[in-house]
Write a new protein. Structure first.
Length: 278
């Protein structure tokens, strides 16, 4: 689902109850996939990408919430995080070209006008890609759908976007490119979310919305890996893109959302923004 492998695990409940919980969790993720897929012609994303300027579009509350969080992160990062860089992903071959009209090259996140409680209006023609941030929100919704009882523990993992809940501290193994194999780190996490991103020399995957360029090429340090710990997975995912671009300069943005980050660069080792969180 969501272009990745998704796993959900629960413990501390009877097997029959656990199976019901897993079904609810996967159903929540499947719903996000239907609503926010860039590839589907019937998703909320397709409705935005084909909308006429000035026409109000009514969205599912889940999609609206993702756009609301995205706008908050875009504002806090001065446009480093920007959902409207989808045309760059299309140009690089990472995403297929949508049907219909061509976006305005000058369109930015500020051209996506939110209208509470569930609407959006475009100021310019644009394409959005919810991608990872939708995946993070799906993890949050799946965890909520489990309705975890007291004394139980759970973990939802969608391709590196991960959330844990319960009384136990859970160990999260981080797979860090360029890191000594015998020293791969373990993150200890309780009642929180973490998202990880790697910057490599492969296809472009992250963009700086201010400059519409590949973020790792313009980062203030040559980062290989970033993990962000945040109260929600949707925030953690969005903030990884900010940290990949700004590195240590992302401290104020992370602080605005109660998040912290672990950064790794070969030859430089680890840096931490925000201190240790559990």
């Amino acid at each position: 689902m969501l272009g990745t492998l998704v796993s959900i695990g629960v413990s501390g409940v009877p097997r029959a109850a656990a199976e019901d919980m897993l079904e609810r969790g996967f159903a929540a993720i499947e719903r996000v996939q239907q609503l926010m897929s860039f590839h589907s012609t019937t998703s909320d994303v397709a409705a935005i990408n084909t909308a006429e300027v000035g026409v109000r579009i009514r969205l599912d509350p889940a999609t609206y919430e993702v756009l609301r969080v995205a706008a908050a992160v875009s504002a806090a990062s001065a446009g480093v995080f920007d959902l409207t860089v989808a045309p760059l992903a299309v140009a690089s071959g990472r995403l297929p070209r949508p049907m219909g009209r061509t976006p305005d090259p000058a369109a930015r996140w500020t051209d996506l006008q939110l209208e509470p409680p569930d609407g959006v209006t475009l100021r310019r023609p644009l394409w959005v890609d919810l991608g990872g941030i939708a995946k993070g929100h799906a993890v949050d919704l799946a965890m909520s759908a489990l309705r975890l009882p007291p004394g139980a523990n759970a973990r939802v993992n969608a391709g590196g976007d991960l959330r844990v809940a319960g009384h136990e501290v859970q160990n999260i193994a981080l797979r860090v490119p360029g890191h000594p194999a015998a020293e791969q780190p373990i993150l200890e996490l309780r009642e929180g979310s973490v998202a990880s991103s790697a910057a490599d020399h492969g296809p472009v995957t992250h963009f700086d919305g201010r400059r519409t360029r590949n973020a790792p090429r313009i980062a203030s340090t040559c980062l290989a890996f970033v993990s962000v710990v945040a109260p929600s997975c949707v925030l953690a995912d969005a903030l990884t893109k900010v940290v990949l671009t700004l590195a240590m300069d992302a401290a104020k943005v992370l602080a605005a959302f109660g998040a912290s980050a672990y950064l790794y660069a070969p030859g430089q080792g680890w840096q931490v923004i925000g201190g240790e969180r559990r």
